[in-house]
Design a protein around this ligand. Structure first.
Ligand code: PEP
Length: 252
């Protein structure tokens, strides 16, 4: 029997929010999903590190998951400003984003760094949500699938399995721009990822492959219906509970 993974709708708040915003947002969401999200989708919130406990305390008895936006590749040590996978676990996280394009560009994170961070996260018991995506130039020169698959192979730790990994395809040019690839373009990249994964993991059909980049309520249903799209990583539109939920409601 073919198993299709349940879609995951993940909200990446990036560097937005205050304690008040975080508690009101979490209360609103938790109020709607106190004990049961239903069986159409899973929800994940990734607030900035200082707001993890605020959100975590509100959602801890709900099915909504908590995730960090980054973690260091080592377990502890002299790394001012960084957080470890263990610290994220300690405040209730089950996920961590690794290799978001903003970290790759702002902090010069290479595929090797992303792989090391993801490995440490997986070893510590977190699910690594590993981001990959092409630039506009790579898309325009027809190299999107090759580029994404190469980046994925180099960013993915050896022990990656569907239980400890989520992959997010996020075209760099689509993040925060309001632009999105066509459904056919998304399908092509997601299929390329699924094929690559089948050489790297057992049960590749169970791996969740999210699409990210300017997902909003108006385009969510069309994107979430694309073959091999198993959810969305949402930035800007995850900052309003109604928008975030409207996206999740777009799951097939
Ligand atoms: C993101 O940053 O992961 C993202 C997808 O952002 P946005 O939805 O705002 O494009």
């Amino acid at each position: 029997m073919k198993i299709t993974p349940r879609p995951l709708i993940a909200g990446n708040w990036k560097m937005h929010g205050t304690k008040l915003f975080a508690s009101e947002f979490a209360r609103d969401l938790a109020g709607r999903f106190a004990s049961n999200i239903g069986d159409r989708f899973d929800l994940l919130l990734c607030p900035p590190a200082p707001l993890l406990t605020v959100v975590g305390e509100v959602i801890q008895s709900t099915p909504i998951a908590l995730g960090g936006q980054d973690c260091h590749a080592t377990a502890q040590g002299p790394h001012t400003g960084d957080v470890s996978a263990g610290m994220l676990m300690d405040v209730g996280c089950t996920y961590v984003i690794a290799g978001h394009s903003e970290r790759r560009s702002n902090h010069r994170e290479t595929d090797a760094v992303v792989r090391d961070k993801s490995k440490t996260a997986q070893k510590g018991g977190l699910i690594a949500l590993i981001c990959v995506g092409e630039t506009l130039e790579q898309r325009e020169t027809g190299n999107a699938v090759d580029r994404v698959v190469r980046q994925l192979r180099e960013s993915l730790p050896e022990a990656s399995q569907p239980q400890n990994t989520v992959v997010a395809y996020e075209p760099v040019w689509a993040i925060g721009t309001g632009k999105t690839p066509t459904p056919d373009d998304i399908a092509e990249v997601h299929l390329g990822i699924r094929i690559a994964i089948s050489e790297l993991m057992d049960n590749p059909g169970e791996l969740r492959i999210l699409y990210g980049g300017s997902v909003k309520p108006e385009n969510a249903a069309e994107i979430l219906a694309v073959p091999n799209v198993n959810g969305a990583l949402v930035g800007g539109a995850s900052l309003k509970p109604d928008n975030f939920l409207a996206i999740a409601e777009g799951c097939p």
